[in-house]
Design a protein around this ligand. Structure first.
Ligand code: SF4
Length: 157
């Protein structure tokens, strides 16, 4: 829902803290999640993600969530699926050139980033292109696997 989407951007700081808290729990629970099997957990978690992130962020379930970098503005709501900043067509009033009834998701991302009040503007980090194999899969489990890889790589150094 568009109204909830803009509300979430306005409350980006608090929501990102909740998100980080939940992510830490998921990472800690990874041994158990692996025991159950990530494949088995994927569908139920996608269902929960669709309900929660769908409601709060208008999430499109790309399976590789980057809203922590975009001030809680889901870039998949961009009609051109821009993942690294706006196209050249943003209107002077900040509206999307394709859908003039909505704010450009990157104008929203900028506002959300300001509200995060973090030392570094997360929006400045370059994001990989969308991996279409991940669309419709659990972004939370994906994040857990990425964190595990980071931890393992750190331990190996
Ligand atoms: S104006 Fe913004 S939301 Fe619209 S297509 Fe361009 S980048 Fe995407």
């Amino acid at each position: 829902m568009y109204r909830m989407r803009t509300w979430s951007v306005r409350h980006a700081r608090g929501l990102k803290k909740i998100y980080a808290f939940l992510e830490a729990i998921f990472v800690k629970a990874d041994p158990l999640l692996r025991l159950i099997g990530h494949e088995r957990l994927d569908r139920p978690l996608v269902f929960v993600e669709s309900l929660t992130k769908g409601f709060l962020l208008d999430s499109r379930n790309c399976g590789q969530c980057i809203v922590g970098f975009t001030g809680l503005s889901c870039p998949m709501n961009c009609p051109k699926s821009m993942r690294n900043g706006p196209c050249g067509g943003v209107r002077l009033n900040g509206k999307c050139e394709v859908k003039p009834e909505m704010d450009c998701v990157w104008v929203q991302a900028w506002e959300g980033n300001k509200r995060l009040q973090e030392k570094e503007f997360p929006i400045q980090f370059v994001q990989p292109t969308v991996d279409h194999r991940r669309i419709g899969k659990s972004a939370w489990l994906h994040e857990v696997r990425l964190r595990r890889e980071e931890i393992e790589a750190g331990a190996a150094e």
